[in-house]
Design a protein around this ligand. Sequence first.
Ligand code: ATP
Length: 211
Amino acid sequence: MRALALFGGTFDPVHYGHLRSAWEAAELLDADVALMPASVPPHRPQPFAPAGARVEMLEAALAGQSRLTVDERELRRDGPSYTVDTLRELRGEVGPRRALVLIVGIDAFAGLPTWHEWRALFDLAHIAVLARPGHEPAFTAELDAEFARRRAAPDSAWRESPAGAIVPLAVTPLEISATDIRRRIGAGEEPRFLLPEAVWARIRAQGWYRR
Ligand code: ATP
């Protein structure tokens, strides 16, 4: 059975850095990928656009294809959404054998040792790590040790186990960030061609991210 992959983030707003990386991850992992907006990301400042707006932008961005979907489970839950709880819930749904993959950018991956019950993540899912230009973070010694022990190539046998590998993905480098897009909109610039036109049309119509 195909692996199921989850790509979490604030998506505030979703942009081509997320979308192209998610698409290439789906191809490299031979997986379906669900983009999962976070409601109260425990390690991040609070989002600028409300949850409903971030979902609306994701749905607009994903229209016309079915390989990438939106998973709203973290928005339905009260309180902080710890990734480990989300993966436990998902593992309960798919059963013990199906390969699950958590997709994170390398900047997020470097912070993994600060996540709630981070070592339990490896019992629940594989972790695919997206290269991201402008981000070459240092890993802590304990993360480095896990990386050395669990590292697997995308085309290797990782998917024969349900969880536990770390799979680096050399996706097309796109130096795009939501912070930069919000800054441009706040400064009165048009962020065209950094994100889908349908997303920009909604931002314009609703006035999100304007000062
Ligand atoms: P912000 O600028 O607000 O911090 P962001 O652009 O980093 O936002 P997030 O929603 O925080 O976007 O990111 C969700 C996930 O996508 C993270 O794991 C992040 O590392 C990854 N990611 C974001 N942008 C890129 C990109 N251009 N290339 C590869 N991965 C990315």
